[in-house]
Design a protein around this ligand. Structure first.
Ligand code: COA
Ligand code: ADP
Length: 719
């Protein structure tokens, strides 16, 4: 697991070998301990280089080992032994040096990085802190503010930034191991007294207390209940205020709490879930490993509204040539400007040249003639989309993949408009499309595995968490969301306020509660859909209750708000009030409160006191129950797919692992019992009835989430 050779006569070269990322498994740690000992005891060896095989230094501790009993030599003494060596040890960093990988490198006396390498301490994203001395060495090396930034966010830095910060000593564009060996030769025999980071005093900013107080406040605010970022600040504070040995003790104590926490389990689950969704499988059995994607070099976007613009930017940023089609001249002009400035801003942030010339614009749909893939993003209107698909079929070259960026419409119905329905899939982006991480790739019954593979690969290239899902109303994310939103409206009828509901959800960890979120997205969007579905007409004239549709409970509150012209932030009024149209700071609105009182009085509803627990149970369990139905229907292949969708697209707090993982931590029996209770209290809300799959899982002893697929597969094989 670590290879040892001698090069250039006097340099011992240790190569970490543990594909794919040279994670520091027990065997790798043992290998390093043994080979370092060999190198240090060989009198011919004057200096040592540590590198990783296959162009990657090290992806850090082996996350798969975290759940199990730790074996093999521990990391900390191993790194101390390297730092204490009396021969210079140089880290040759290619690819990534992350987590334990960077901590290992910080134990070395010198660090040489390839210009394309990335370095970071991402432990916080896994619910941990860099506990192999990282939290103590990094502040000593680069100062407290920079170390706090890296450790509390887990962000990866480029080699250039690492050089600027002082994390690495040299950056090369050439062979990193050769450069490191050359460097090792040049420092052989030199004193190492000034190279052992643990012996450095930690630079102490004069206003230390104020600095930590400010950072702690910021971190608590953005952590939204996550405990690891807070522990990271505490660990760095220990580095700044305690001698190294005591700081290490504090690091150990803090890590002990995090290591066994539910949050760390949830975050590590999401890490693996994010990778698992790439191994998609369709109900037909076709899957990622048997379906080869088509090469895509040129793509078209049809319709340059908010979505189309973001998609065009995302495509151009991945290096594709893009044809952007917009029929309205004014829209086209505005879009050109908006797209260029988005590209410029993005390029500035990433330190590259903007890809302005990769996009060509046209008002004529015939410009799609030579593209390999089209993403249609015109108005959410079936008739218009059908017309566009007919035109695309006529103008595109044979074999062009046709994708629709619908958020809810029937992908298969659109496929029917084309002679090659197998080439049609949905690509459901989230606004703004060049920023938001989620992509739902929607396959219809006739979509070919190759079309799905191509869309999934394109999504990955765009840096999206791409999840393949089946075709149904709202797909996965919006299908579940509808019930969450509806429960929130019912709670208003029963006595809650938007503020109360939002506070409960924000304390749970959502960046915004459901009402603030709706104000941001625009209340008119849902209103239009409900109108189209014939829900807004109450039928009161024919004696029906205004709060019943098709025999079930319905809340017209959202419709009544829209009738007042209150569409949310854009009109300056919605569930809250804002300073002006487009304003962002939500303030309580007395008008809304008295409206709610009048509404309740009109419908004979008596407000009761509603607590946070009920808000969470009603909104979240309704959404989770629909998640089980989605699994039962085969629309999502496994709980990981749903959880990735919610964490990456809907603001579900990552440290709670996504709705399905969360249900498993609450206990499936408890979720079932609460749903049964709420369904009994609200028999006119059919979706509160617990789903059969949930019952089945409970009957099978509530297996852990990674074993649900066995129960789901058994269920499907019996159907
Ligand atoms: N421990 C165990 N397995 C790891 C791992 C780690 N530290 N890092 C990556 N892997 C696994 C992944 O699960 C994946 O396995 P799979 O192929 O079975 O799905 C495989 O290695 C490749 O990883 P992937 O992320 O798909 O490759 P990449 O080239 O896109 O990215 C890294 C490589 C190293 C940047 C990325 O894997 C990463 O960020 N790893 C985690 C780093 C980290 O947080 N380390 C601190 C641990 S405390
Ligand atoms: P969003 O992307 O925010 O949902 P819109 O629905 O407003 O925004 O954007 C749709 C865009 O698609 C509009 O700019 C509209 O002019 C454009 N559009 C509508 N029909 C066509 C068409 N047949 N070809 C190209 N563009 C179209």
């Amino acid at each position: 697991m670590a290879l040892y050779t001698r090069v250039s006569g006097i340099v011992g070269l240790i190569t970490l070998q543990n594909p794919p990322v040279n994670a520091l498994s027990a065997a790798v740690r043992q290998g390093i301990v043994d080979k370092v000992e060999t190198a240090l005891s060989d009198p011919k060896v004057k200096s040592v280089v540590i590198c990783g095989q296959n162009g990657i230094f090290c992806g850090g501790a082996d996350i798969k080992e975290f759940g199990a009993q730790m074996t093999g030599p521990p990391l900390i003494p191993m790194i101390h032994a390297i730092e204490a060596a009396n021969k210079p040890v140089v880290a040759a960093i290619e690819g990534s040096a992350l987590g334990g990988g960077l901590e290992l490198a910080l134990g070395c006396h010198y660090r040489i990085a390839h210009s394309k390498a990335r370095l970071g301490l991402p432990e916080v994203t896994l619910g941990l802190l860099p506990a192999a001395g990282g939290s103590q060495r990094l502040p000593r090396l680069i100062g407290v503010p920079a170390a706090l930034n890296l450790i509390t966010t887990g962000r990866h830095v480029t080699a250039a930034e690492a050089l600027q910060l002082g994390i690495v000593d040299q950056v090369t564009d050439h062979n990193t191991v050769d450069a490191a060996v050359k460097f090792a030769l040049s420092v052989a025999g030199q004193s190492l007294d000034a190279r052992r980071i643990s012996t450095y005093p930690c630079p102490r900013p004069s206003d230390l207390d104020a600095l930590f107080e400010e950072v702690m406040q910021k971190v608590r605010q953005s952590a939204r209940g996550a405990i690891a970022p807070v522990a990271c600040v505490q660990a760095v504070r220990a580095a700044a205020t305690l001698p190294y040995t005591q700081g290490m003790e504090r690091e150990r104590e803090l890590m002990a709490t995090l290591f066994t926490s539910g949050q760390a389990r949830a975050l590590q689950y999401i890490f693996f879930a994010q990778r698992a969704v790439g191994r998609w499988r369709m109900p037909s059995g076709a899957s990622w490993d048997t379906s080869k994607p088509r090469p895509i070099n040129k793509a078209a976007v049809i319709g340059l509204g908010t979505m189309g613009r973001g998609i065009a930017v995302a495509l151009a940023q991945t290096g594709l040539s893009v044809v952007a089609v917009e029929t309205q001249e004014k829209q086209l002009m505005e879009a050109k400007q908006a797209v260029s400035s988005m590209l410029e801003r993005g390029a500035k942030r990433r330190g590259v040249a903007p890809a302005l010339d990769r996009i060509s614009y046209s008002q004529n749909i015939q410009a799609v003639a030579d593209v390999d893939l089209v993403i249609e993003a015109v108005f959410e209107d079936m008739a218009l989309k059908m017309e566009v698909f007919q035109q695309l079929s006529a103008f595109c070259k044979p074999g062009t993949l046709l994708c629709t960026n619908t958020s809810a419409l029937d992908v298969d119905q659109l496929a029917s408009e084309t002679p090659n329905p197998e080439l049609v899939v949905g690509m459901h982006f989230f606004a703004p499309a060049h920023v938001m991480k989620l992509l739902e790739v929607v396959y219809g019954p006739r979509s070919s595995p190759q079309a799905v593979a191509t869309a999934m690969q394109l999504g990955k290239k765009m840096g999206k968490a791409s999840v393949a899902v089946g075709n149904c109303r709202g797909f996965v994310g919006n299908r579940m969301l509808r019930l969450y939103v509806e429960q929130a409206s019912f709670l208003l009828e029963e006595g809650a306020t938007p503020e109360l509901v939002d506070r409960a959800l924000e304390e749970f960890g959502f960046p915004m509660g459901v009402f603030r979120m709706s104000d941001l997205s625009g209340l008119d969007v849902g209103w239009r859909t409900r109108k189209r579905d014939g829900l807004v007409e109450s039928g009161e004239a024919s004696g029906q209750s205004a709060r019943i549709r098709k025999g079930y409970r319905y809340s017209p509150i959202g419709d009544l708000i829209c009738e007042q012209g209150r569409f949310g932030q854009k009109t300056g009024r919605g569930w809250y009030q804002y300073d002006k149209p487009g304003g962002r700071v939500a303030r309580s609105d007395p008008w809304l409160h008295s409206f709610l009182e009048q509404y309740r009085a009109r419908h004979g509803l008596v407000a009761r006191s509603i607590d946070h627990q009920e808000v969470l149970e009603r909104c979240l369990y309704a959404l989770i129950n629909e998640g089980f139905r989605i699994l039962e229907d085969g629309i999502a292949a496994g709980p990981e797919d749903i959880d990735v969708i919610y964490v990456f697209g809907y603001g579900w707090p990552r440290h709670r692992g996504g709705p399905m993982f969360y249900a498993s931590t609450v206990g499936l029996a408890k979720v079932l019992e609460r749903l049964e209770h709420y369904h009994q209290v609200h028999p006119d809300v059919p979706y509160l009835q617990p789903c059969g799959l949930l019952r089945r899982l409970v009957a099978s002893g509530s297996p852990p989430v990674h074993r649900w697929r066995e129960v789901i597969n058994k269920l499907h094989s019996q159907l």
